[in-house]
Design a protein around this ligand. Structure first.
Ligand code: OXD
Length: 299
């Protein structure tokens, strides 16, 4: 079976080396923008992060799309034939890494580390009342990532509440009761822009937002307004609507908003290669590859 590798924005060599060391009999064809219809007509499988515009509709033999990530929204494009199965990476180690990142940001916020770092720069030794860690945290999205985040935050002393669209009750009440809101939702048409001015207004004054899911969950201009007005204390955004962020993006310069470049955690090339090769072997035996996404739900 012929596999097309859509590695961008990661280096193709990263995946090629990992797959070759595991399964030398499985060649990957690196995508080129000048690929002809005849070349694309030969492709059975796609391994990738996102479809370049127009490519999904030019793959008449496509039997499987294997995401190299946990999120698949950039592969669920309208021109992808509806019967083609799509799978995602399910990686407990990545989920633990995400949880560590969220715990770091949540503790940094409640323990007021930015304040003391600023004091240190001024050589100022001033004790402030020490905040308790028992802040109420809502984790939106209780899948592999959200579940790991919730477990770790509860273990370090936060008062935890998990919420998911299917089983969480009204979101408004959850937001209103949470000092910190962590977004771990899949990005779907229903969750795009979920964290907007209305949602921020529902959160208590001094609230904090942590996003490790997708930038598009947050209406960034609304977040900037909520932080600049003093209603929210700030946010930690590991993901942004436009990645990579432009140098003149207004998010960079908002006191209280911490930006990191989608580094909360990443699956290793070895994990991605292992799950891809396992899926390919399933396909070759006429079985479904594991970790199928529900294409209608979008995750
Ligand atoms: C993601 C990933 O979905 O890195 O962002 O797996």
């Amino acid at each position: 079976m012929k596999t097309l590798l859509l590695a961008d924005p990661m280096p193709a060599g990263w995946f090629n080396t990992a797959v070759r060391s595991l399964a030398p009999d499985v060649p990957l064809t690196d995508y080129r923008r000048d690929m002809t219809d005849a070349e694309l007509a030969d492709i059975d499988v796609v391994l990738g992060w996102r479809f370049p515009p127009g490519v999904a509709g030019r793959l008449p033999r496509l039997k499987w799309v294997c995401s190299v990530a946990a999120g698949v929204e950039k592969l669920l494009v309208p021109d992808l034939a509806p019967q083609v199965p799509v799978t995602r990476i399910v990686d407990a180690e990545q989920a633990d890494g995400i949880a560590q990142f969220v715990a770091t940001m949540a503790l940094r916020h409640v323990r007021q580390l930015p304040l003391y770092e600023a004091q240190q720069l001024r050589r100022e030794w001033t004790r402030m009342p020490v905040a308790a860690v028992r802040s109420r945290v809502a984790v939106l999205g209780m899948g592999t990532m959200g579940g790991a985040v919730a477990r770790l935050l509860a273990a370090v002393g936060f008062d935890l509440r998990g919420w998911s669209r299917s089983s969480g009750g009204p979101l408004d009440a959850v937001l209103a009761a949470s000092n910190i809101v962590v977004c771990a939702l899949p990005l779907t048409p229903q969750t795009d822009g979920l964290l907007d001015a209305r949602a921020f207004a529902l959160m208590p004054r001094g609230g904090y937002v942590i996003n490790i899911a997708r930038g598009a969950h947050v209406v960034e201009t609304d977040l900037i307004d909520a932080v600049r007005s003093g209603h929210l204390a700030g946010a930690a955004l590991d993901v942004q609507r436009h990645e990579p962020m432009a140098a003149d993006d207004p998010l960079w310069a908002v006191p209280g908003i911490t930006i990191t470049p989608h580094i909360a955690a990443q699956s290793s090339a070895a994990t991605i290669a292992t799950q891809f090769v396992e899926g390919l072997r399933c396909l070759q035996r006429g079985e479904s590859p594991p970790n199928l996404v529900d294409r209608v739900r979008g995750y």
